[in-house]
Design a protein around this ligand. Structure first.
Ligand code: SAH
Ligand code: SF4
Ligand code: F3S
Length: 492
């Protein structure tokens, strides 16, 4: 059994023993789980439902698509957090408020679980890679049924089978990946027409504030063959937009997970090459990528974007802070001047690009002067969107041990930054007013059912009159009204 998809899950009777090797082992457990679910549904006389709740970034969301793939392949019906029997929280731990959010949700589920005997609660994701958190959950949330981590998403069916077989809490968090099982997992996409493709896992950068390298492990790249094949498979399944995912896509190529003919023939193969190759896949109309670390965004990448209209006109380029002193303390490995030079180069080669960024306020030791350097960058660059965060102390990271900036000072700076960001973004986004742009329609507008919502190549959101039949289609829209971060338009 190589590749599993929604059509070829074997019957459990096809197995005479439990396979020890993957992916056959998970095929066995998925088949067993399917049978278990069937029996329970017959017993209670209604379908069992599931919900996977994503708390984190695109990578986390992509893992959720795999979890949903497993649950739907084994016969469950999708539902929502309020009504589902099987609820899985895919957690994030990048900031402390992400952790608090989980505990809030768990508190509410406890009462529900008392009323619903079929309820199973699962926790996974980055937060579970921290042993102290797992201990806390074992201790304080005994009603949680299964706990697993970022390296064993592929084991969901096995863990559920274990839970059903003895009724005990199952905790299994791997410390590192055993192998790349990405190619062998079913997947249920949030949008049928677009999805993410992991090109690499982990991070080697160790920015001093960041927990990600501690919970996602060292950088490992998938071989290009696998990535391109996955893009081809998606394209055959009506996907037209893919997003290549990694914590720092520009360093793609470090530590390949398997032997690769392509790499043997071209040892210098890098992210721009990969981007170009994914663009060649028939049926793929748009390629995005996330995230680019400014320290190694190459001229070659800018050229590949420029020469390939399929690459979306959007670069997310997190700066984090504008002060060179703070950037150094953060271990970001670029200066404000390097960054601004890079922005100039990008704007010159890609005049229609939109730039977005992440900024943190209140990093340990940040002074008013340091902060003003950050505001200055926002002024100079003219971002289309800025994701602003208050620095959050993550235990185990170096910056957590350093002297912290008082909360009231941080809050005041944060508000000042927000004001600057929204002024500048509104000016910047407005530049496309009255132009006609291709929009990929994603959804019916959540506020008005006569409107739909879509995205331009540069990631700007557009709302316009239309019906649900347009979802997944590319249409030309004239941008008539500019609303800060988005546009109202008319289909032409
Ligand atoms: N790999 C990406 C970032 C992933 S985390 C990069 O290097 O750009 C997403 C964002 O969360 C970061 O860009 C940063 O702005 C923010 N972040 C990370 N750790 C944080 C912390 N401890 N406190 C507040 N924000 C943090
Ligand atoms: Fe975190 Fe830095 Fe790695 Fe991004 S590059 S995930 S901010 S350590
Ligand atoms: Fe959060 Fe993990 Fe992503 S910590 S931001 S879900 S990599």
């Amino acid at each position: 059994m190589d590749i599993l998809d929604n059509s070829n899950l074997p019957d459990i009777s096809a197995f005479s023993f439990i396979p020890t090797d993957e992916p056959a082992r998970q095929s066995y457990y998925m088949a067993l789980l399917k049978k278990t679910f069937e029996e329970r549904q017959n017993l209670i006389g209604r379908p069992l439902t599931y919900a996977v709740i994503t708390f984190g970034c695109q990578m986390n969301a992509h893992d959720s698509e795999k979890l949903e793939g497993i649950l739907s392949l084994t016969g469950l019906t999708a539902s929502d957090e309020d009504t589902a029997d099987i609820v899985i929280y895919n957690t994030c731990t990048v900031r402390e408020n992400a952790n608090q959010k989980l505990y809030g949700h768990l508190g509410q589920l406890k009462a529900k679980k008392k009323k619903n005997q079929e309820m199973i609660i699962g926790l996974c994701g980055c937060m579970m890679q921290q042993p102290d958190i797992v201990d806390y959950i074992r201790d304080k949330f005994k009603f949680v049924d299964i706990v697993f981590g970022t390296f064993n998403v592929f084991m969901l069916a096995e863990l559920l089978c274990r839970r059903y077989s003895d009724g005990k809490q199952v905790i299994e968090v791997l410390k590192e990946p055993i192998k790349n099982f990405e190619n062998n997992l079913p997947e249920k996409r949030k949008y049928p027409f677009k999805t993410g493709i992991n090109i690499m896992y982990g991070c080697n950068n160790f920015c001093t504030y960041c927990i990600v390298p501690h919970v996602r492990g060292r950088e490992r790249s998938r071989i290009p063959e696998d990535i391109i094949e996955e893009a081809e498979r998606f394209a055959k399944d009506d996907v037209t937009e893919v997003m290549l995912l990694g914590q720092n896509v520009n360093s793609y190529g470090v530590n390949y997970m398997e032997d690769s003919e392509m790499i043997k023939n071209n040892p210098d193969y890098d992210f721009p090459d990969l981007l170009r190759d994914v663009c060649k896949v028939d049926g793929i109309r748009r390629v995005r990528f996330m995230t680019s670390h400014p320290k190694d965004l190459s001229d070659k990448l800018i050229e590949v974007i420029r020469d390939n209209p399929k690459v979306c006109r959007h670069i997310h380029l997190p700066i984090q802070a504008g002060s060179n002193r703070i950037l150094k303390l953060m271990n970001r490995k670029y200066t404000k001047e390097d960054y601004l030079l890079l922005v100039d180069k990008i704007k010159k080669e890609l005049p229609d690009v939109s730039l977005t960024t992440d900024i943190m306020v209140g990093f340990p030791g940040e002074t008013e002067e340091d902060f003003l350097e950050t505001v200055d960058v926002v002024d100079k660059v003219g971002y289309d969107q800025v994701f602003t965060f208050i620095y959050s102390r993550r235990s185990g990271t170096p910056a957590a041990e350093w002297e912290q900036v008082p909360e009231d000072v941080v809050k005041e700076r944060f508000n000042r930054l927000l004001k600057k960001v929204s002024e500048r973004a509104a000016e910047r986004v407005g530049r496309f007013k009255n132009t006609i742009n291709e929009v990929l329609v994603e959804d019916v507008d959540s506020h008005d059912e006569n409107m739909v919502t879509g995205r331009m190549s540069n990631n700007t959101i557009v709302h316009f009159k239309g019906c649900k039949d347009l979802i997944g289609k590319y249409v030309n829209v004239k941008l008539t009204e500019e609303k800060g971060f988005y546009y109202i338009g008319e289909m032409v």
